[in-house]
Every structure is written in structure tokens, then in C-alpha cells.
Design a protein around this ligand. Structure first.
Ligand SMILES: [Fe+2]
Ligand SMILES: [Fe+2]
Length: 332
């Protein structure tokens, strides 16, 4: 695994680890960051258990293992922190592990004895040897409990999956984006599919665009520096996200009259912004006029597909799609 110094000012450093040439092809490539301040260090998104051995070897070449005082997990994913129990075996017993309060009992499935410190929704700070790290809410981007890390002294922002690019190893010739326009194709599919909330995206951009950022570092792909930071924020701010919703058939569902439909059907048929206001005057008194059960709309029953007793349906297997970083079904 390669290590690279992003920032250095006396004992305050940002070290990036990743792009391991030995990494099996199936495992999505991840960047890990270690921030040091004097004799204290924190690992941001330490990675999956498959990459733990090369990551540990690369890290201990640069930082004494006893200096690791904190682990930070931006969210719950296996590529973020399934290595947690292995880190606890080699680090100090009093190491603090920071992640959203939302995920503590879930991540405990990786390691029920870990000392997990819950980050409240509004964020918090970590004092690393006098350097204050700001944990900035990034909920729903893509995880429901999710944080970025800002270091004002280094003018550096760790963004987890925001800014991620899924790209062939041959295109990772350095740790930095060299040509933003040609880099977009590696980010586009990922952000459209994995980011689901325009409101969350806008709130996060509004927050981080007020910060002084020289370098923006995502967990996958390459880092943005200088003017590419603003270019990325502008690009992300204009992107239509939530592409997976199309696969839910939202466009195929007929719009049904609200009064004649079961609630579950109505909520699927009406877009949120079209939801009519409830007129309290028109709600019938349940005593004077008992509510009648709504009549479900008449639908044509679909004929059951006939399969001969000795015939099995051929399974449709998903295929790996690098552009979305996962397995997809051929017709999706
Ligand atoms: Fe993730
Ligand atoms: Fe990730």
C-alpha cells in the first residue's frame, strides 16, 4: 500500500494511504487518512478487514502504533470500518472510536466490546494534541448517520464517500485529480446512485463552502486540490441525485384519486410535493359518521406465470458494474 504526505507543518501531518497494487480486484479501492499532531494520531475511515494487513504495515512505517489515540468512522459501511476489531487488537485499549450515534449498536455487530463514542447529529469536535478536528454532519450522503472531518489548521476536509470516484487502477497515477473534466465520468454514476437527497446535498454544500479548503479528500478515487475543490462542489450541487428511485417504478404507477385508495397506494402514487393540504373542516367526525373503509381500486390481476413441474426458472445473476461500485442486474 502506498503512503503519501498531503500536509505537513512540523508535527501536524495528513498522511494518505491507498492504491495498494496487491489489492484483489473485487475489493473497491479505498483511501485511508491518518492525521498526526505531535505524538497523537487519528485514523479516518480505517477500512475493511481485507486491507488491514497492508494498511497496518504501511501505517507503522510512518507512525508508531501506540500514537493511535482515535479511530473515526464517517459511517457504518464495511469498507469504512469492518477492520475495527483488528485495529483494537494492535492499538491501545483506551483508543476512542467515533461514529454517529445512529450506528453504534449496528457497528457493534463488528465488535461488541469496542468503546464506541457516539457523535450527535449536529456534530462535535476531537482535540488531537491541540489540533481541533470538526466533525461536520453529512447525513444521507450517502448514509443516514454520516460525518465529514475538517481540519482548519491543515485546510483539509475528509468527505468519506462524497467526492468518491470509481476508476480503473490504470487511471490512478497519483493521489490527485489532474483534469477535473475528464474525472467527472468516474464520479457521475456513483453520486447519482449513492446520494439520495437533494436537500441533504444542498445543506452540506452550504456548510462546507464557507470553509477554507485547500484539499478535499474522499474515501474512493482521487483528491481535489486548489480550484478543483470549488469545481467539485459546483458539479455536485448541480447533479440530479437519487437515480435508484427510477428502478422503483415511480414513473409507471398511475396517479390514483386519494379518497378512493388505500393509504399505501396513495403514498406511492403521489409525489411528496403534490401532497394536498389536509382541510381539518372536512375531516368527518368519527362518532357522527363512522369512516368507511376505502374501496381499493379495481386492478387487473396479473396471470400467474406457468412453470412446468420439472422446469426451473433460469436464475438472473447480477454482474459487477464498476460505475456504481456494486453488482447490478442486467436489465436494471
Ligand atoms: Fe459508504
Ligand atoms: Fe465507501
Amino acid at each position: 500500500m502506498i503512503s503519501h504526505t498531503i500536509f505537513k507543518d512540523r508535527g501536524h501531518t495528513w498522511l494518505a494511504f491507498g492504491q495498494d497494487p496487491q489489492k484483489p480486484e473485487k475489493i473497491i479501492d479505498t483511501n485511508q487518512i491518518v492525521i498526526t499532531s505531535g505524538d497523537q494520531a487519528i485514523v479516518l475511515d480505517p477500512g475493511g478487514l481485507e486491507i488491514f494487513p497492508p494498511m497496518l504495515a504501511a501505517l507503522t512505517d510512518r507512525v508508531p502504533i501506540e500514537n493511535i489515540k482515535h479511530l473515526f468512522m464517517s459511517h457504518q459501511d464495511p469498507d469504512i470500518g469492518s477492520s475495527l476489531p483488528l485495529w483494537r487488537q494492535v492499538c491501545n485499549a483506551d483508543m476512542q472510536i467515533h461514529l454517529s450515534w445512529l450506528w453504534t449498536s449496528f457497528v457493534a455487530h463488528f465488535d461488541s466490546e469496542a468503546n464506541l463514542l457516539p457523535i450527535p447529529d449536529e456534530g462535535s469536535t476531537i482535540n488531537l494534541g491541540g489540533i481541533l478536528l470538526e466533525l461536520i454532519p453529512a447525513h444521507y450522503l450517502h448514509s443516514s448517520g454520516n460525518f465529514s472531518v475538517y481540519d482548519s489548521a491543515a485546510r483539509a476536509l475528509w468527505t468519506g464517500d462524497i467526492g468518491a470516484a470509481l476508476m480503473p487502477a490504470a487511471n490512478r497515477t497519483s493521489f490527485y485529480v489532474e483534469d477535473f473534466d475528464s474525472h467527472v465520468k468516474f464520479m457521475e454514476g456513483f453520486h447519482k446512485r449513492w446520494m439520495g437527497s437533494t436537500r441533504a446535498r444542498d445543506a452540506w454544500i452550504n456548510r462546507v463552502s464557507k470553509l477554507d479548503i485547500d484539499i478535499l479528500t474522499p474515501q474512493h478515487g482521487l483528491f481535489f486540490k486548489g480550484e478543483d475543490v470549488a469545481r467539485f462542489l459546483d458539479w455536485f450541487g448541480a447533479l440530479e441525485v437519487g437515480s435508484g428511485i427510477e428502478a422503483m417504478g415511480a414513473g409507471d404507477t398511475p396517479t390514483l384519486p386519494r379518497t378512493a385508495s388505500p393509504a399505501s397506494t396513495v403514498s406511492a402514487a403521489l409525489p411528496v410535493e403534490d401532497e394536498p393540504e389536509i382541510d381539518a373542516q372536512r375531516i368527518p367526525d368519527p362518532v357522527a359518521a363512522p369512516a368507511q373503509a376505502p374501496t381499493p381500486p379495481a386492478t387487473e390481476p396479473k396471470p400467474a406465470k406457468k412453470i412446468a413441474a420439472n422446469e426451473k426458472e433460469a436464475p438472473v445473476l447480477p454482474e459487477y458494474d464498476e460505475s456504481v461500485g456494486g453488482y447490478v442486474f442486467p436489465d436494471s
